[in-house]
Design a protein around this ligand. Structure first.
Ligand SMILES: [Zn+2]
Length: 376
């Protein structure tokens, strides 16, 4: 996730906030300061409402962090590598660099977050009960308690990618003894949950409160989409397991020299090639990007002689370079930009390339080999 603000680190795990989390924090403070607190405990000055709203908003964001920290800490204690914790528009997100190796580890890691939220709900409930009233502080504690209760319960809903979906996955994995079967069942549950939330959200948009209705529908859409996406990635990872990049790549591809003009490239290379995309290389042989048939077709014929190939190469980041012996699963780690996924370099020579068509073929073949059932 880009556009994030570093907040520091918790137990060695970097913590960041996406700009959308700052927007949500501001929205919460405004709602508390102008509506929630003045309605719950009237009679204070506006400055006092704002002060308590700001503190409560900050504590709420902190409670989101505690939820994520619980996931991250338990995962690390069970020997899993944790990438980072990010706060964003839908709360927090803990990026795991590897998957749990047993149902027990997955269960503990997934349940830790909601349990932390429910714990915070209990503590703030005590504060609400015992603080003197009618006080602003007690009311703020009550609000924090309610929000954390909702957060804990919502996250326990049984559908991937929510924590409850992971709990469900762990239980099914333990019961079936088959992680792939549990993947499909948890993804199906996630899609059903997402669809249900969308329907409830849309109904409530018209019947009750449009803002929370739309919010619920958006959450539902996100859950359904992520459940589907996660399953696709898991199936792809399983399909590429054990394969090397050399087994997936197009060997010795035709290249597009950066210094050549488009006319020469078309006549000398493209028209005699079976490729639809060509790695662009410099004089030293380094790959700097790619050109596709579509890019070349966009150059008007009268300008082909005066346009160099390098002028057509647009790269947002350097071309991915892998070695023939690298694991093919590495190809899934970054989303492809355009058709060329990676070039394969051995001893500084470009020995192959992997296109999205190569990757799709490899996945299709592996499904045929294993006869896996991928219906979702
Ligand atoms: Zn969580």
């Amino acid at each position: 996730m880009r556009q994030t603000l570093p907040l520091g680190s918790m137990a060695g795990v970097p913590v960041r906030a996406h700009w959308s989390a700052l927007g949500i924090a501001a929205l919460i403070v405004v709602l508390l300061g102008t509506t929630v607190l003045p309605r719950a405990v009237p009679g204070y000055g506006q400055a006092q409402y704002w002060l308590v709203a700001a503190i409560t908003g900050t504590l709420f964001m902190a409670s989101l962090l505690i939820h994520e920290a619980a996931h991250a800490l338990i995962a690390r204690r069970r020997g899993l590598r944790v990438g980072s914790v990010t706060l964003w528009v839908l709360g927090g997100y803990t990026e795991m660099e590897e998957e749990a190796k047993s149902p027990r580890v997955e269960l503990a890691t997934a349940a830790a977050g909601p349990l932390a939220s429910l714990g915070i709900a209990a503590v703030t409930l005590l504060a609400y009960v015992f603080l003197p009233r009618p006080a602003l502080a007690a009311s703020a504690a009550g609000w924090l308690s309610t929000m954390n209760l909702l957060l804990g319960l919502f996250n326990l809903l049984p559908g991937a990618p929510l924590d409850g979906g992971r709990v469900l996955h762990a239980l099914l994995w333990w019961r079936f003894g088959d992680a792939a079967r549990a993947d499909r069942a948890a993804a199906r549950a996630g899609q059903m949950l997402g669809t249900t939330l969308i329907s409830v959200g849309l109904a409530s948009t018209f019947l009750w409160n449009w803002l929370s209705g739309l919010w619920l529908a958006f959450l539902g859409w996100y859950i359904a989409m992520s459940a589907r996406q996660e399953l696709t990635v898991k199936i792809a990872r399983a399909g590429l397991r054990g394969l090397r990049v050399a087994e997936v790549m197009t060997p010795v591809p035709d290249l597009a020299p950066a210094w050549m003009n488009v006319e020469k490239l078309i006549e000398g290379v493209v028209l005699h090639s079976r490729q639809t995309v060509f790695p662009v290389v410099t004089l030293t042989g380094a790959a700097v990007g790619s050109v596709s048939l579509d890019t070349l077709a966009a150059v008007p014929p009268q300008r082909r002689g005066s346009t160099r190939v390098e002028a057509l190469t647009t790269t947002q980041r350097p071309v991915r370079t892998l070695a023939p012996d690298d694991e093919a699963a590495l190809l899934l780690e970054q989303p492809a930009q355009g058709q060329l996924i990676a070039v394969v370099v051995d001893d500084r020579r470009l020995v192959g390339m992997v296109t999205d068509a190569d990757l799709r073929r490899a996945l299709g073949q592996s499904l045929l080999r294993t006869g896996a059932d991928v219906t979702t």
